[in-house]
Write a protein that binds this ligand. Sequence first.
Ligand code: C2E
Ligand code: CA
Ligand code: CA
Ligand code: CA
Length: 277
Amino acid sequence: ALYNSKTESRGQTTLYSSQHEQQIRSDRAIESALQAADLDQEFEVFLQPIFDLQHGEISGYEALARWTSPHLGVVPPDQFIPLAERSGLMRQLTQSLFNKALESITFLPPKHTLSFNLSAHDITCSETVMMLLGAIARMKVAPSRIVFEITETSVMNSYEIAEQSIRLLRGAGTMIALDDFGTGYSSLGYLHRLPIDRVKIDKSFIAEKGTKSSWKVITSIIALCRSMAIDCVVEGIETEAQKQSLKNLGCRYLQGHLIAQPMRAAEIPDWLERSGY
Ligand code: C2E
Ligand code: CA
Ligand code: CA
Ligand code: CA
């Protein structure tokens, strides 16, 4: 429900189209297309810039998976990630996506970071965690440039194992972001118990057309993060007014269509030049 297809389809580089949106695909159809998919061919990784309000520059990018199935057309990640998890395909999919994400880092300025989403299965699978660390080493990417985004919901189900994975990844020098912050049950508890570098405030707090109550939540989370010396990113920023409000609140990072839609890594050097960042 958080997925705003109207806004997404406005951009030029986006793969979503209204024709595809109207196509109704059953979970079963998606699942069997996934089973048969050539992961390396059909999947792509798009990058969305993360803006540093304090310095007025781009600080990094979030990798977002894009799937164009030859049978079904474009299927959004909110639909295929849960099904990949359910049908035991997550490990291979994550491996393929992470390799693509790491390959895309060559297009980025050396100081910029790359954030990668991990699913509930990823964070509880030790082979996946070892694979992630192995890929970073093999590609000779500085671990400090990699941020793993993990939702509180995925940590919740098997807390002990998830905590081990998080400590392992972070021990190797990568950063950890708590994703979709504020939408789950025990966000505050995790902030305190886990070594978290960054919190991402979900766009659902923004999407409510800036109602007073959601801004109160955002304001308190920003203050909380500051008191714990944790970086804060607000996602789903679409207007200059929202950006100004965040700046006034002392929020450091934002992400959203106001800055840029997700795009291919190869487009980023040009985009950086055009936008003056
Ligand atoms: P997320 O991690 O919360 O990612 C942010 C979502 O917000 C993305 O949707 C992004 O395109 C969208 N977005 C960014 N700025 C704006 C804006 O200004 N307005 C609006 N309305 N939306 C904006 P997307 O790309 O459809 O991804 C949906 C979810 O799928 C992600 O939510 C994430 O949970 C999951 N996902 C995407 N790629 C991967 C992946 O490689 N691995 C895993 N495990 N999950 C992924
Ligand atoms: Ca994310
Ligand atoms: Ca999500
Ligand atoms: Ca989110």
